[in-house]
Write a protein that binds this ligand. Structure first.
Ligand SMILES: NC(=O)c1ccc[n+]([C@@H]2O[C@H](COP(=O)([O-])OP(=O)(O)OC[C@H]3O[C@@H](n4cnc5c(N)ncnc54)[C@H](OP(=O)(O)O)[C@@H]3O)[C@@H](O)[C@H]2O)c1
Length: 287
């Protein structure tokens, strides 16, 4: 049996499906038993900051997929992530699970100066300190994030973010992250760090062009917002001021190269799904 945190999320629901297709029993963790059951996993509903709940969810599993659920409305985002991270690490220790695949992010090698990614650095440290065999997956920026741009495109006719327009960023599809996670959870023969970078780097201008072509807006522009305007846009969309600042800090770290793959692009960290392959589906989800 394998336990999957975030079982209803972008990556987790696909991990559940892939593992079940291979014949594994899967226990899914999330906040809603009904939503978890819809993925096909056995539901284990509770809060990721509750170590006793997670210990029960992990106990008896041959392997666990861990992730830090993200709530951009948290007024103190880092404190919330640390509370979940500590509960996860405590549950890994107490449950006696023998193998963990942890979702992290490119840039988590740095302890500070990376916005949202700092919490993932801390979580990697906690999980390593448990001594349990650990594979860390470090995906880059999710291609799927583009779905969040669609309401802005509809309302303002632009794609807007704090990334520099000409910065080439590796962008990965969550389905490819899920495939890597499911494969590792099934094989349980690998530890260390694996970066997942998508098929090629794309600039925000190139992403807007691909999105625009799919939306029938071939001239869809990308606009880089200054920090204060980006923070205003994100808080208007429900982010706390703290989380909005962490997003901007992360973008600045990408812009100046502090958040970047450790070893450049290799055949192993290059994953197959192109943004062009995904964009129709993302548009279809929202329209
Ligand atoms: N976005 C990016 O570009 C990017 C890049 C690299 C790494 N990451 C990392 O990837 C992770 C997000 O992965 P994802 O996109 O697959 O997740 P997601 O789609 O945001 O899903 C979050 C999952 O966590 C569950 N959840 C939320 N709050 C919870 C809580 N308090 N207790 C228990 N379960 C909870 C949700 O279940 P319910 O809502 O059903 O309860 C859902 O299954 C984050 O750690 C992020 O830092 C993101």
């Amino acid at each position: 049996m394998i336990t999957v945190m975030g079982a209803t999320g972008h990556i987790g629901h696909r991990v559940v499906r892939l593992l079940r297709e291979q014949g594994h029993d899967v226990r899914g963790v999330g906040r809603s038993a009904n939503r978890i059951a819809a993925t096909g996993a056995d539901p284990c509903a509770g809060d990721a900051a509750d170590a006793a709940f997670l210990t029960d969810a992990f106990r008896g599993a041959d392997a666990v997929f861990t992730m830090l659920p993200d709530d951009a409305a948290e007024p103190d985002h880092r404190a919330a992530q640390d509370a979940k991270g500590e509960a996860i690490a405590a549950a890994v220790r107490a449950s006696g699970v023998g193998y963990v695949v942890a979702l992290s992010a490119v840039g988590a090698d740095r302890p500070a100066g990376t916005g949202f990614i700092e919490a993932l650095h801390a979580q990697e440290q906690r999980l390593r300190a448990t001594g349990v065999p650990l594979l860390v997956l470090r995906p880059t920026w999710f291609q799927d994030n583009a779905a969040a741009a669609l309401p802005v495109v509809a309302e303002h006719g632009v794609v807007a973010d704090a990334l520099a327009p000409d910065i080439a960023v590796p962008m990965v599809a969550t389905r490819d992250v899920a495939a890597a996670a499911a494969s590792a959870l099934a094989a349980r023969d690998r530890t260390g760090i694996v970066e997942l970078l998508g098929p090629r780097d794309l600039t925000p201008v190139e992403m807007a062009a691909i999105l625009g072509a799919r939306l029938g807006r071939p001239d869809l522009p990308y606009v880089r917002l200054p920090a204060d305007e980006m923070i205003g846009a994100l808080t208007g969309a429900g982010f706390s001021a703290d989380a909005a600042g962490l997003h901007v800090a992360m973008c600045e770290a990408i812009n100046d190269g502090r958040v970047a793959p450790m070893a450049g692009r290799t055949p192993e960290n290059t994953t197959p799904t192109r943004f062009e392959d995904l964009v129709g589906e993302l548009v279809g989800q929202v329209v």
